[in-house]
Design a binder for this molecule. Structure first.
Ligand SMILES: N[C@@H](CCC(=O)N[C@@H](CS)C(=O)NCC(=O)O)C(=O)O
Length: 366
């Protein structure tokens, strides 16, 4: 059979199909332009540093099966109470860079607040829009410029720490003003440092790593990481149906498991709030507003789970926490920055959330 002319084939394309280039091969393939954009889109464009130079020619990384791949954080030094690591926990020495949109950075902000470290560890908040230049500072509501370097872009901070740096420019970042470098840019480790190393500078004596429970807390953080915290990204940035299906199935299986744990006890590791709760919280609080629609994690909402839904409110209502949750930054970031997922950039008005309304956790578990 003779192939139809391209003009005829184009005329039959349904209006919801977005035309893009000829796909990744670089060779002309007439049929490629007829595919819906999502089957071969090059994905959300992101920049990164290569040997200290910014490159915009980067996309979300996936494996051969279209599964989202997250890069490991590069700066992994530790602040310790006694300074034996070369980084002593001292008031006024460290600066924290966060985005209010980012669930990883949000963890560190919560620990800084709950430990009462605001006076000891200074703070910058990037603008919520993550564009081709990476994270930037602005005077938008909620953003806090960089008092340490007066940087316009977060990548300047990375290059100051390591002029030949190759890698992603991510938040959170813990900067050492004394040694002039980044100590650490991995949220879970910064959470642990704030929780355990800074007691001499902390206003609050609360610990989120109760003695004897360390292994359980770590195991819980591990168990939730791949299916839930990273799972929403694995679903949202999947580049194949198979990869998406796998991520969503694992995500909801683990949410169901957490629902069962929370049917037995108030918090993930028993009757004490731990780092494991805060590591889960920052994903849960974004879930119904963003991940459910934007990342297609839509088997259920958190509000549909009796225990997880009430637990989310319980954590949100811990004094100081609600003030760290900024839905303008959260929704603005995801819906405006990921142009391959939401090309219009329109930020939805809803859903209406009632995280401040009464919950049943205290009554049930005291
Ligand atoms: N494993 C890191 C992940 C940090 C991360 O990926 N942050 C995102 C924001 S949610 C980021 O800054 N992305 C910018 C980029 O990758 O270019 C952590 O837990 O701190």
């Amino acid at each position: 059979m003779r192939a139809e002319p391209l003009r005829v084939r184009l005329a039959r394309i349904p209006s919801h199909v977005i035309l893009t280039g000829a796909g990744g091969s670089g060779r002309w393939n007439g049929w490629n332009v007829l595919k819906p954009a999502y089957t071969h889109t090059r994905g959300t464009r992101m920049g990164r540093l290569i040997e200290g130079t910014w490159t915009k020619d980067d996309v979300v990384r996936t494996d051969a099966k279209g599964r989202f791949l997250r890069s490991d954080s590069v700066f992994r030094d530790w602040v310790t109470a006694d300074g034996s690591s070369g980084y002593a926990a001292e008031a006024g020495r460290y600066h924290l860079y966060v985005s209010l949109a980012c669930p990883w950075a949000h963890r560190t902000l919560i620990l800084r607040t709950l430990k009462g470290l605001e006076g000891a560890i200074s703070l910058s908040v990037v603008d919520y829009f993550l564009g081709p230049e990476g994270w930037h500072f602005s005077d938008a509501p909620g953003a806090i410029p960089d008092p340490v370097h007066g940087a316009r872009l977060l990548r300047e901070v990375y290059v100051k720490a390591r002029p030949g740096y190759t890698g992603r420019v991510t938040v959170p970042v813990l900067w050492d003003k004394r040694r002039g470098t980044i100590v650490n840019n991995e949220s879970r480790e910064i959470v642990r440092m704030f929780d355990t190393a800074f007691d001499a500078c902390a206003r609050e004596g609360t610990s989120f790593l109760p003695a004897g429970l360390e292994a359980e807390v770590d195991a819980m953080i591990d168990a939730n990481y791949a299916p839930i915290n990273n799972g929403v990204y694995r679903a949202g940035f999947a580049r194949s149906q198979e990869a998406y299906d796998e991520a969503v199935t694992e995500l909801f299986a683990r949410l169901d498991a957490c629902e069962a744990i929370l049917a037995r006890q108030r918090y993930l590791c028993g009757d004490r709030l731990t780092e494991a709760d805060w590591c889960l919280f920052t994903t849960l609080v974004r879930f119904d507003a963003v991940y459910h629609t934007h990342f297609k994690c839509n088997l259920r909402r958190i509000a549909d789970y009796p225990n997880l839904g009430n637990y989310l409110k319980d954590l949100y209502q811990v004094p100081g926490v609600a003030e760290t949750v900024d839905f303008t930054h959260i929704k603005g970031h995801y819906f405006r920055s990921h142009s391959s997922i939401n090309p219009s950039g329109i930020v939805p008005k809803g859903p209406l959330l009632d995280l401040a309304s009464p919950h049943d956790r205290e009554r049930r578990y005291g």
